[in-house]
Ligand binder design. Sequence first.
Ligand code: ATP
Length: 219
Amino acid sequence: MIGIFGGTFDPVHYGHLRSALEVSEIAGLSELRFIPCHRPPHRGTPGATPRQRLEMLKTALENAPPSFRIDTREMERPGPSFMVDTLRSLRHDIGRRPMALIVGADAFRSLEGWHQWPDLFDLAHLLIMQRPGESSDWPQALAAIFKERQALGMSSLHERPQGLIASISVTPLAISASQIRCRLEAGNSAQFLTPDSVIERIKAWHLYGTGENQKPPEA
Ligand code: ATP
């Protein structure tokens, strides 16, 4: 089964990386594709350019398992990066192989706002990662869909190409890209929240206010 991990990755962090690894092991993924979005449809313009976000993702994945890949199809597509379009294009490429879209619980909660969201289930399974601070007390429509489509164990996901939902417990890491941006903007460090190589890129490109507001080192 192929896993799809879409995101803005502004910047990528250990919350993404560790969760991706655990989901990959638990769900038995043969391949996991990170798909950085070009233009997020549901939020403001990211702090880093698409190319910078892609470069940060590349460096973060340098020592990742070989099954982890980056797929740049959203970067190459003009207009807003709708996940349903991405899954259609992936489905066209991979035929009837099982495919699972991986989302954090916060993303699942907002699913009804996604472009053509009911069509997602005709294209892929959905794997929901627990995220600290997010309950699994879903809005009514999503709770109903969850119940209707819930997978009976991970093996059932491998038996059909799409349409099921599973919730996966990953090590709870309360790390978010917005928290990292805020810390950097305040002149604080992001070390140990994201790989050092990502921090190096952030500093070199003066992203998220770095280079402007740095606190002097403690005496
Ligand atoms: P921001 O804080 O800017 O909203 P983010 O940290 O949520 O960003 P995204 O790139 O928007 O990062 O997230 C991509 C996907 O990864 C989403 O499905 C999101 O729910 C999930 N995700 C992000 N951080 C974590 C985390 N710490 N644990 C589990 N899932 C996460």
